[in-house]
Design a protein around this ligand. Structure first.
Ligand code: ATP
Length: 299
């Protein structure tokens, strides 16, 4: 069983602020980290550190950030298929964090939106039935649809994190087996919250939905019912990357045990996300391979 993550990679510039800027104002901030990021890259790194063989398919520019991305990804055990775009700036996230750990993120998708349907199909050549195909919302609609169809034709399990929310997602639901979304995404996509939001996606053909609820934990909803797993009690330093850690560990926990998502997978994911929440930054906040493997091995 392998995972193929088709998504974005960014450099994350994190700036600590005291309060949110209001329109028309200038405020002071302090840069705390410059880190590897992007939802696709984050999820691939955490899945690989769980011990699941993982490939990342993503696009970069040809600037100093691309060099940093290649250098840092070279230290992870990921099969990288990075498409380098000439004369483009690599994608970037500006992350504003408040002292209570809350964050707001602006991500550029110039490179991610140029990843072509052809490149993603080629990247799935080595995939087999039962492998995982993992997507987020940073690609363009045509590439996402074509790659999801290719994955389903191969008999892969498709997992989708609908973030950032885009208008074309409505056409994707019948191609998706598993959705991970937070409360804001659930409301934006379905007009409902929590379990009701999940039920609306079940009705669109998705078979398992996880709604992450921040400090309240997470809900797993399938056709047979719903289960809630509370969050770990932990110090909150910076929640950036918590959702990506959660999704990657839940998928890896289930895949490595050869099961569908279950209580154990959601509980493992909550333990790993609590580690990320307790550290500053994105890549530098993720649990190490040793920490993840201890969580996955614990009884
Ligand atoms: P982010 O965008 O910050 O990466 P998200 O909005 O996608 O995260 P959340 O629902 O905020 O997702 O968090 C994902 C998971 O991380 C939660 O289900 C929970 O397990 C863990 N988590 C987040 N915030 C906290 C917290 N304050 N205390 C403990 N666990 C937390």
């Amino acid at each position: 069983m392998q995972a193929f993550v088709i998504g974005n990679v960014t450099v994350d510039e994190t700036i600590a602020i005291d309060d949110w800027p209001q329109p028309g104002t200038s405020i002071l901030g302090a840069q705390t980290t410059r880190d590897l990021g992007g939802k696709g890259c984050n999820q691939a790194i955490v899945m690989a550190r769980c011990g699941l063989p993982t490939s990342l398919i993503a696009a970069t520019g040809d600037d100093f950030r691309a060099a940093m991305i290649r250098e840092q990804l070279g230290r992870e055990r990921i099969a990288c298929r990075l498409v380098q775009l000439e004369d483009h700036a690599s994608d970037l996230s500006m992350i504003l964090t408040k002292p209570d750990g809350e964050n707001a993120i602006v991500t550029t998708t110039d490179c991610a939106s140029r990843l072509s349907a052809l490149e993603t199909q080629a990247a799935l050549n080595d995939a087999a039935a039962g492998d995982l195909a993992v997507f987020q919302g940073n690609l363009n609609g045509e590439t996402s649809t074509t790659a999801l169809k290719a994955a389903r034709e191969k008999g892969m399990t498709t997992a989708f994190n609908p973030s950032p929310v885009r208008p074309y997602f409505g056409q994707l639901w019948p191609l998706i087996n598993v959705v991970f979304m937070n409360r804001g995404e659930a409301r934006a996509l379905t007009g409902a919250t929590d379990a009701e939001a999940a039920r609306r996606l079940l009705a669109q053909g998705v078979s398992s939905i996880v709604v992450t609820l921040g400090a309240e934990g997470a809900l797993l909803v399938v056709a047979d019912g719903a289960l809630h797993v509370p969050a770990e009690i932990c110090a909150v330093i910076d929640t950036t990357g918590a959702g990506d850690t959660f999704m990657a560990v839940a998928l890896a926990s289930a895949a490595l045990r050869g099961t569908a998502l279950d209580r154990r997978a959601i509980s493992d994911a909550g333990k790993a996300a609590a580690i990320t929440v307790g550290r500053r930054g994105t890549h530098s906040a993720f649990p190490s391979s040793r920490e993840l493997q201890a969580i996955l091995a614990a009884r």
